[in-house]
Design a protein around this ligand. Structure first.
Ligand code: C2E
Ligand code: CA
Ligand code: CA
Length: 415
């Protein structure tokens, strides 16, 4: 179905040649997720009918001047000439998403399909059909990797290119390090578990904290490899700690990967390989993730919880999620953010707020973890407020996981 010559010709015909013709030309690669599976399940004839209906939907959402060309079983190239600004591309993308909000007609089962789009613009990103198509295709791959519906091509800076390659290589060669920070049970005074934190040692910069590279990985497709690495290395160390039963291992999940199909299975497979029960894992996901993509995240959480893993809402108190909002998420723990915890001992209003967060979490059958406990006074206050767990420099800094394992393989210690 792919006819590259036709596609190139359609793009070529509309390329902005001069200031006079003006505006931008957008080349959009659009994949309708699920469309290919229609052929596989119901036969090619029905698959082709679905493809034609999808094309009709796309056509109907656009201006007469726009072109829609088939580019595969489930893909289309859309050429949008004469756009006055980048925002017009987003507008077109929004209309395309809306067009697929109803199921396609005349199919043996209701099929809706979800468009996923990658876009490159001329003249900003290039001025040949070949380059624009490749960039749009890469943007589409990025959109799919991130679970977003539309991604605009992002020209990579030379510096980013280097970091990307270095980080990719470091993940692949298993050269990131795993640090463990203890999580204390405030009421019993023992170590309840650890949070697994990544570090990247580079010859140029020394130990790079994750705040500098996790965000970078999230912007590219590296976040999936990082997540895989993170689960693998944490469970490997957890397996070495079988002599200290009852410890839990908290793993940070980027919101970008949390709702991806296959994540729960990947985690369960690795648990099985290391012979560990799912109950040793606490999957941490930040509060801000709950504001976007609500349903997908809630569903992934439920599946994870049904299989026996625990879920913690990280950085609670920094985003916009209210306690009432948490009703929708089957979390087992709430991690109160450092920015609140660091003030509890000197600011009575913050203390009241934290106290009520703890109470409400308990009413909703969630345990509370205070992050960033840096002194004894804060620890004592949180304990008196009924906070269940705590983590922070006062109680234990992150340390190489191997060191933690060496000390605890014989059994957990007390405060
Ligand atoms: P986070 O999940 O909120 O992790 C807690 C951060 O607080 C860690 O920073 C920890 O070192 C720091 N911390 C702990 N106690 C104290 C304290 O008492 N005072 C202060 N000032 N800081 C404290 P870190 O290790 O730099 O990690 C930063 C963030 O990077 C983490 O925030 C987490 O969101 C992310 N991250 C770390 N490792 C991974 C990973 O393997 N995968 C993913 N996706 N994200 C990760
Ligand atoms: Ca965390
Ligand atoms: Ca946190």
């Amino acid at each position: 179905m792919l006819n590259r010559a036709d596609i190139f010709e359609a793009i070529e015909a509309h390329l902005p040649r001069s200031e006079a013709t003006g505006g931008h030309l957008a080349v959009m690669m659009l994949r309708v997720e699920g469309l290919r599976e229609v052929s596989l399940r119901f036969g090619y004839a029905i698959g082709e009918a679905a493809h034609a209906h999808a094309r009709e939907r796309i056509r109907g959402a656009l201006r007469p001047i726009d072109r829609v060309l088939s580019a595969g079983d489930d893909s289309f190239v859309v050429v949008l000439p004469g756009l006055h600004s980048h925002n017009h591309v987003l507008l077109a993308a929004m209309r395309l998403l809306q067009a697929f909000e109803r199921p396609l007609p005349d199919l043996p089962y209701p099929f809706q399909g979800r468009p996923c789009m990658g876009v490159a613009l001329s003249p900003d990103h290039g001025d040949t059909p070949d380059l624009l198509c490749r960039q749009a295709e890469m943007a589409l791959a990025a959109a799919q990797a991130r679970g977003e519906s539309c991604v605009l091509h992002e020209p990579r800076e030379a510096h980013d290119e280097i970091v990307y390659e270095e980080l990719r290589e470091a993940i692949e060669a298993n050269r990131l390090s795993t640090y463990f920070q203890p999580v204390w049970d405030l009421q019993s005074g023992g170590i309840a578990g650890v949070e697994s934190l990544a570090r990247w040692a580079t010859p140029r910069q020394g130990l790079v904290p994750p705040a500098s590279f996790v965000g970078f990985a999230e912007k590219s497709d590296l976040i999936q490899a990082l997540t895989r690495w993170s689960i693998g290395t944490t469970l490997r160390h957890a397996a070495m700690l079988r002599g200290a039963p009852g410890l839990t291992f908290a793993i940070n999940f980027s919101p970008r990967v949390f709702a991806r199909p296959g994540l729960v299975e990947q985690l369960m497979d690795l648990l099985e390989i290391w012979g560990l029960p799912p109950s040793v894992v606490v999957a941490e996901i930040t509060e801000t993730a709950l504001v976007n993509d609500l349903d997908a995240i809630a569903q992934a959480m439920r599946r994870m919880r049904d299989r026996g893993a625990r879920i913690a809402i990280d950085d609670f108190g920094t985003g916009y999620a209210s306690i009432a909002y948490l009703r929708r998420f089957p979390a087992s723990e709430l991690k109160i953010d450092r920015s609140l915890v660091c003030d509890v001992a000197h600011d009575p209003r913050t203390a009241k707020l934290v106290q009520s967060i703890i109470q409400m979490a308990h009413h909703m059958d969630m345990a509370t973890v205070a992050e960033g406990v840096e002194d004894r006074a804060t620890q004592d206050l949180l304990m008196s407020m009924g906070c269940d767990y705590a983590q922070g420099y006062h109680l234990g800094r992150p340390e190489p996981a191997d060191d933690f394992v060496a000390r605890h393989a014989e059994g957990p210690k007390e405060i």
